[in-house]
Design a protein around this ligand. Structure first.
Ligand code: ASP
Length: 444
């Protein structure tokens, strides 16, 4: 078996966390490839090393004298984060040479991505030393093209060949290099992507993503007290729940493993005995509850267009949607009736363009009525179990009715996996609670 293990920033914030990680890796010989993030926050008011690096590089770009002083202070603080880990782990690794070249490269202004990548690079060096694993610089194996886009084909070729001859290795997350050697990072949280790419390249049996929570929760814990954990979720369900997923796992981390049919296991470094959430392509395993999860977001606006005989007017929807496209507004949902269609968009995207959109729709389709409504929240109720269970929608809406919540919109996704409900912003939390209670609390 081959397992690729990725550890997030909070799992590697200090030596104490490193020791937990070491224990986890040593416990299972299959954990052969390790992808670390940069050290994260040690306490809620701490600063992530990646953010320190961005600030430090910003100082390096300034020419003023006092910025030189802040640059030195910041660089010193970053170095101390790593030195304290090395000290407390009792390692003999010296970062002297590394920091000399980092200082030089910052002063030469080689790039913001290079600066940020040093967080993972140095943590990888320490991790490799601590575990006695080979260190592979991600700049040699994770490839971006000239335009700065990830080059999956080239990476696959280089990385799988390199790892085929490497029994155990540490590959830092978050960055790679362009053909000219210039360092390029993924977007924030991108070590998840590296882990997934490595897992795909070695055809791993499992990609373990270790973080500081025991997997995905059925609902947001800020809304529902002590929500249950999701034990198994499919990739498609996770996508439908993307309103909540992003904070646990980077969205782009799914593709490289999904392509290879490799499951992802979200695990908790601080509670390694917890099984976490397993993300799979498909499963016969019956979900614990009819619904897998509830997620949602506030601050949507709905633009409703009404016109008699709209259904028989060829191209009507396209013309309306084109107006949004021309104004650079993405569309979230689009419920419709025989003579009406509503377009749900992010309120902040519409704000600036509102009058242009109204004028555009009038020009394109001459509607009978055009209405705008704002401050709406969308709640997504998702579950593979919903497809085969009768009465699910009935239960959702009676729960909402009992909680006295006005339902503004209903959209049952064509996958049959989800129901999206629009409610006023102010009722959002109550709606999530009511749905959680009816499907989870009452079933315990
Ligand atoms: N260290 C990077 C960040 O803070 C990448 C990561 O942690 O995945 O975004």
């Amino acid at each position: 078996m081959i397992k690729v293990v990725k550890f997030g920033g909070s799992s590697l914030a200090d030596a104490h966390q490193f020791k937990k990680v070491g224990k986890i890796i040593r416990k299972d010989v299959d954990r052969r490839y390790v992808v670390p993030s940069a050290p994260g926050k040690r306490s809620p008011d701490d600063t992530k090393v990646t953010d320190m690096l961005y600030s430090c590089y910003a100082q390096a770009l300034l020419e003023e004298e006092d910025s030189q002083e802040s640059f030195e202070t910041l660089l010193g603080a970053i170095r101390e984060r790593y030195e304290s880990i090395i000290r407390e782990l009792g390692l003999s690794l010296s970062l002297e040479e590394e920091f000399r070249s980092i200082r030089e490269n910052f002063t030469r202004k080689v790039g913001r991505d290079y600066a940020a990548s040093r967080g993972e690079y140095l943590n990888g060096r320490i991790m490799a030393e601590y575990l006695g694993y080979e260190f592979i610089d991600a700049a040699e194996v994770i490839c971006f093209d000239e335009a700065g886009n990830f080059d999956g084909e080239k990476t696959q070729e280089i990385l799988s060949e390199r790892l085929a001859s490497t029994e155990r290795a540490v590959i830092p997350g978050f960055y790679g290099a362009m053909p000219d050697g210039k360092i390029k990072t993924f977007s924030r949280g991108g070590s998840d992507i590296t882990g997934s790419i490595v897992a795909g390249a070695v055809h791993a049996d499992l990609y373990e993503n270790w973080t500081d929570v025991s997997g995905f929760l059925v609902a947001d814990p800020r809304i529902v007290e002590n929500p249950k954990e999701i034990d198994v979720i499919t990739y498609r369900e996770l996508r439908e729940l993307s309103y909540m997923g992003a904070t646990v796992l980077h969205e782009d981390a799914i593709f490289p493993v999904r392509k290879e049919g490799i499951p992802i296991n979200i695990r908790n470094t601080n509670a390694p005995e917890d099984k976490g959430t397993l993300i799979v392509e498909a499963t016969c395993q019956k979900p614990r509850f009819i619904i897998t999860g509830i997620a949602g977001k506030k601050d949507f606006a709905a633009v409703t267009v009404e016109k008699a005989m709209m259904n028989s007017e060829v191209g009507f929807c396209r013309k309306v949607l084109q107006v949004f496209e021309e104004n650079g507004i993405s569309i979230e949902h689009m419920p419709s009736g025989i003579d009406t269609m509503s377009v749900f968009v992010h309120q902040d995207e519409l704000k600036e363009m509102e009058q242009k959109v109204i004028a555009g729709i009038h020009r394109e389709v001459e509607p009978d009525v055009l209405e705008l409504e704002s401050d709406l929240a969308l709640v997504a109720v998702v579950g593979r179990g919903m497809r085969t269970t009768r009465g699910t929608s009935g239960r959702i809406f009676s729960a909402l009715a009992h909680a006295n919540i006005e339902v503004k919109m209903i959209d049952q996704g064509s996958s049959g996996l989800n129901v999206i409900i629009g409610v006023p912003n102010d009722d959002f939390e109550a709606a999530v609670k009511a749905i959680y209670d009816i499907f989870v609390t009452t079933q315990l």
